[in-house]
Design a protein around this ligand. Structure first.
Ligand code: NA7
Length: 494
C-alpha cells in the first residue's frame, strides 16, 4: 500500500516542522499556543530530542547552566545541578513535549528527502524517505547544526580488533571500566569524555591534534531544599536564569568574540591562561595543553574538572601524529603503538549540512545546494531569497557560543511570527527576503565575521569552506535587537 499523503486538515495554514529536537519542539509548542493544530513534526528518528537523543556518551553535559538551558515558558525546578547532564536534558524535552501536547503531532521514522516549492499552488511538497508525501504552506527546518558525524580519515580503522565508533553513535557494548581507551578529538566531546573516563579506564590515551583553552566554571548540585524552593517560588528560578553576573559575562564574551582586538577578547584569554598556569602542575604537560591560537577562536571549553582529570595517572596526552590504526591499537608516526580496547572518535560533525541531504528547490526550481554552493547562509539566519515560507531555526550564520541556543530559537520564532503575520491574515500567500536585501546583509556579515575571534587563525566547525566564520558576527545585543522586528523593506510578499 502506498504511504499516505499528508495534506493537512482543518482551517488555517498547514505547517511542516522538520525535526523533533529542541527547536522543532519549540515550533510545535508555539503553534499549539496560538491554536494551530494543522501541522506535523517530521522526525527521521524513532525518538525526539535531537542532539540530546543522538549523543549518549559518558560525561555528556551542556555548557550552558541548566536553568538557562530551559524554555522560557517551561522552567524546571528539578534540575539536579548547575550544569545538567545529557540524559536529564533529554528527559526535560520529553517531559515538556508531552505536557504541551506535542507528541501526537510527531511522525517518527519520517525523514524528509525533498522539499519542492510549487509556485502555482504556493505550497511546499515534501517527499519522505518512507515513500510518503506531504503538503505544507509553511516549512520550518529545525534540523540542527551538529548532526551528521564527521569521521576522520584514519587508515586501517576497519582493521581495529576492539570497538571503534564515533562519539555520537555510542556503542553500548563497549566495556569501559578497566579498559584501555583511546579518544581522538579535543572539542567539548573529547574533553567531556576524558573527564568521565579518566578514573574508569586502566589507560586512557587522548589523541590531541590541537589543545583547547579551558574556561573555569563552577559546578554544584542543587539540594532537595533548593529544588523545593524553586518549585514553590519560580522567581528563584528566574534569578538563576537571568543572573546578572552570568549575563554580564555572556555580553562581555560576545563583545570580545565580535572583535578579536577588543579588551574583552584579551580578558577571556587571560582567564583561560591563568587557569592553565595554576591548574596543571607538570610543566611538560602544561606546554602540551597550551594552545597556539586565540582563546575562543575554537569554541571555548567550559569545564570545572578537565585539568584535574587529565592529570590523573591513567591519562596520557598524545600529541604525535597518528600513522594508522592496527588491530591492536593506534600506531603513531614515531612508531609507538598504543594498545587499545576501545577507540572513540570524538571528531566532530559536518557543520554545513543543516536541512541537507534533503533536496530543496524553491521558486523557479532554484536549488538550495546551488544557493549554498559557497557556504550555507540565510537572511538573519532564518530565511532565504527564492525559498518562500521556508524558515530555519538555529540555521546557518546564527549566533553560536557558550550561551543558550534555546533563547536564540525563541527569538527567531518571535521574528518569524511577525514575518508571517500578513500570510496568516490572508493578505499574502508567502514571504521571502528580497535578493538585494539578503546580498547587502550577507556582505556586511562576511566583513564583520572576518574581524571576529573565530576568524583569528584557527580551524573549527565555525568556519565555512573558505575559512570565513559561518556565524552571527556581531554582539549578542545586536542579535536581540535584530530579532525584535523584521525590517519590512527587506521582505517581499506575494
Ligand atoms: P569539535 O568541536 O568539532 O571537535 C572535534 C575535535 O576532533 C577537534 O579537536 C579536532 O581537532 C579533532 N579531530 C577531527 N578530525 C581529526 C583527525 N582526523 N585526527 C585528529 N583529531 C581530529 O566536535 P565536538 O563533538 O567535540 O563538539 C562539537 C560541539 O558540540 C561543541 O562545539 C559544542 O557546541 C557541543 P582540530 O581542532 O581540528 O585540530
Amino acid at each position: 500500500m502506498d504511504a499516505p499523503v499528508w495534506k493537512g486538515s482543518g482551517a488555517g495554514l498547514r505547517h511542516a516542522i522538520i525535526g523533533a529536537g529542541m527547536s522543532g519542539i519549540l515550533a510545535a509548542i508555539k503553534l499549539l499556543e496560538r491554536g494551530d493544530r494543522n501541522f506535523t513534526v517530521f522526525e527521521k528518528g524513532s525518538d525526539l530530542g535531537g542532539t540530546w537523543r543522538d549523543n549518549r556518551y559518558p560525561g555528556l553535559t551542556c555548557d550552558t547552566p541548566s536553568h538557562a538551558y530551559s524554555y522560557s515558558f517551561a522552567p524546571n525546578p528539578e534540575w539536579s545541578s548547575y550544569y545538567a547532564a545529557g540524559p536529564e536534558i533529554h528527559a526535560y524535552f520529553r517531559k515538556v513535549a508531552t505536557e504541551r501536547g506535542v507528541l501526537p503531532f510527531i511522525r517518527y521514522g519520517s525523514e524528509v528527502n525533498a522539499c519542492r516549492f510549487d509556485e502555482d499552488a504556493g505550497t511546499w511538497r515534501l517527499s519522505l524517505a518512507d515513500g510518503g508525501e506531504a503538503e505544507a504552506d509553511v516549512v520550518y527546518a529545525a534540523t540542527g547544526v551538529l548532526h551528521h558525524p564527521k569521521m576522520p580519515e584514519l587508515s586501517g580503522l576497519d582493521t581495529f580488533a576492539g570497538k571503534a565508533f564515533h562519539s555520537a553513535r555510542w556503542d553500548d557494548g563497549a566495556v569501559l571500566d578497566g579498559a584501555r581507551i583511546g579518544i581522538v578529538g579535543c572539542g567539548s566531546t573529547g574533553i567531556q569524555l576524558v573527564n568521565a573516563l579518566s578514573d574508569r579506564a586502566a589507560r586512557l590515551v587522548h589523541f590531541q591534534r590541537s589543545p583547547q583553552w579551558i574556561m573555569p566554571v563552577p559546578q554544584f548540585d542543587y539540594t532537595a531544599e533548593q529544588k523545593a524552593a524553586f518549585a514553590r517560588d519560580p522567581t528563584l528560578i528566574d534569578a538563576v536564569r537571568h543572573d546578572k553576573d552570568y549575563w554580564a559575562a555572556i555580553y562581555r564574551f560576545t563583545d570580545g568574540v565580535a572583535d578579536a582586538e577588543s579588551p574583552e577578547a584579551a580578558e577571556i584569554e587571560d582567564i583561560c591562561r591563568q587557569n592553565l598556569e595554576t591548574s596543571v602542575r607538570d610543566p611538560e604537560l602544561r606546554e602540551k595543553l597550551r594552545p597556539n591560537y586565540r582563546a575562543a577562536c575554537k569554541r571555548l571549553i567550559y569545564s570545572w574538572e578537565y585539568y584535574e582529570c587529565v592529570q590523573r595517572p591513567a591519562v596520557l596526552v598524545e600529541t604525535g601524529g597518528i600513522a594508522q590504526v592496527e588491530p591492536a591499537g593506534v600506531r603513531m608516526v614515531d612508531g609507538t603503538l598504543h594498545g587499545l580496547d576501545v577507540l572513540v572518535l570524538a571528531t566532530g560533525f559536518q557543520a554545513d549540512r543543516f536541512i541537507r541531504p534533503a533536496t530543496v528547490s524553491g521558486r523557479g526550481g532554484r536549488l538550495l545546494d546551488d544557493f549554498w554552493a559557497v557556504r550555507p547562509t540565510a537572511h538573519y539566519a532564518v530565511s532565504l531569497p527564492g525559498f518562500p515560507n521556508l524558515f530555519m531555526l538555529n540555521g546557518p550564520t546564527g549566533p553560536v557560543g557558550n550561551f543558550p541556543l534555546i533563547d536564540i530559537a525563541e527569538m527567531q520564532w518571535d521574528y518569524l511570527e511577525q514575518l508571517l503575520e500578513p500570510v496568516r491574515a490572508g493578505r499574502a500567500k508567502w514571504v521571502e527576503p528580497r535578493q538585494e536585501a539578503f546580498e547587502a546583509y550577507e556582505a556586511r556579515r562576511i566583513e564583520a565575521a572576518k574581524k571576529t575571534v573565530f576568524g583569528s587563525g584557527c580551524t573549527s566547525w565555525y568556519l565555512d569552506a573558505t575559512g570565513i566564520p559561518s556565524t552571527w558576527p556581531w554582539s549578542y545585543q545586536a542579535f536581540v535587537d535584530a530579532m525584535k522586528a523584521p525590517v519590512p523593506d527587506e521582505y517581499r510578499y506575494a
